[in-house]
Ligand binder design. Structure first.
Ligand code: CS2
Ligand code: MN
Length: 356
């Protein structure tokens, strides 16, 4: 595997490439072009400039998170084919720039949803947290205002003010879209892009829905083993793969994470590894990465990735806010660096104990 950190780009991220380069064992970043609009094709010179900046810092662009999918593609709207053609152009250019992994999601309206961005823990650190009670008690617009006031001056992807200004319209767009329609629209999209993925060896890695169930009555399909295997079969091409995000699938305690990883052999193209601490099945927080701080057995997760021969990029996912850092919630430097180091330690131990 290749240890990476997500990086939001100069001017968007409080963390610098130089800092990332100094985390032992981190060799690359996962990034995107943050000034792009879903549905439009990315410009080649911008892709190359981003890549050159990362490489000048001694790091590699190991993949893109994300090339976002437009609502027309997700809902089969009037611009679907035009947007897919632009998506294909973007993939072609990424391939020409020697970038071969693209993370995306197929969640309606909201990307990930948390109800608190700074829940205080006993040690004084703050973490992102979720309770179903809070979601049930709020309407989507108020949810956005409460999130927006907590972003530490950053703009979190998926929660852009322009997008949330039209949250009502977005709900309107999805009112006739159920799980089956979403599956069909995803299939249509994947079938259209597979030829270009094959030509340039671009591994598509769908990110699960987070939390892994329906919020605000919206359909959610990438939530469990049954559905993800259905999606793998639906377009049975190795370039149709997954981002295995332990913190997203793990929101549902019925999901057996190591078993899911094993069932996806050959199709895990990217891994997000983080731990969650559950207080009840619908009240959890994003703990430190260590097994002992949360609910998941991180060794078993890493071991399953090792056992399926995973060799793609991996990154610590959200971290806690510690040591008085002020950064995008979940995306500070310090705790993600600790996470990367811990995951690298587990990996080294697994590799060596398997050689004996
Ligand atoms: C990420 C997602 O910050 C996060 O929770 O894991 O936002 C992820 O980047 C997108 O869903 C991928 O498209
Ligand atoms: Mn994730």
């Amino acid at each position: 595997m290749k240890m990476t950190l997500r990086w939001y780009g100069t001017g968007h991220d409080t963390v610098t490439l130089k800092q990332i380069r100094q985390i032992p064992g981190v060799t690359g970043v996962i990034t995107t072009l943050y000034d792009t609009v879903p549905g439009e094709a990315w410009e080649m010179d911008k892709i190359l400039a981003m890549k050159a900046e990362v490489e000048a810092a001694g790091l590699k662009v190991e993949g893109i998170e994300s090339v976002n999918i437009s609502d027309d593609i997700k809902t089969a709207g009037p611009k679907r084919d035009e947007h897919i053609a632009n998506y294909i152009t973007t993939l072609e250019r990424l391939g020409q720039a020697d970038i071969h992994m693209v993370c995306y999601n197929f969640m309606p309206v909201f990307d990930w949803t948390r109800t608190e961005l700074a829940r205080k823990r006993a040690d004084g650190s703050t973490v992102l947290a979720y309770t179903q009670e809070a979601v049930d008690a709020i309407n989507p617009e108020d949810m956005f205002s409460s999130i927006a006031s907590d972003m530490n001056g950053t703009v979190m992807p998926g929660w852009e003010p322009e997008r949330m200004a039209k949250v009502k319209e977005l709900f309107e767009l999805y009112k006739d879209v159920d799980d089956e329609t979403l599956f069909a629209n995803l299939k249509y999209f994947l079938e259209a892009i597979m030829p270009v993925c094959n030509k340039y060896d671009i591994k598509m890695a769908i990110h699960p829905d987070d939390p892994a169930w329906s919020v605000f009555g919206l359909p959610r399909i990438i939530i469990n083993k049954e559905n993800i295997l259905r999606m793998m079969k639906m377009v049975d091409d190795p370039h149709n793969g997954v981002t295995f995000c332990s913190g997203s699938y793990g929101t549902n305690l019925n999901n057996d994470l190591p078993d899911m990883i094993r069932s996806l052999k050959g199709r895990v193209h990217f891994a997000h590894v983080r731990n969650l601490k559950f207080h009840s099945p619908t009240n959890f927080e994003e703990s430190a990465h260590l097994s002992s701080d949360g609910t998941f057995d991180m060794y078993e997760i890493m071991k399953a990735l090792y056992d399926i021969g995973f060799d793609g990029p991996i990154r610590p996912d959200h971290g806690r806010m510690i040591w008085d850092e002020v950064a995008m919630p979940g995306y500070g430097l310090y705790d993600r660096a600790l996470g990367a180091t811990y995951l690298n330690g587990l990996w080294e131990a697994i590799v060596k104990s398997n050689k004996k």
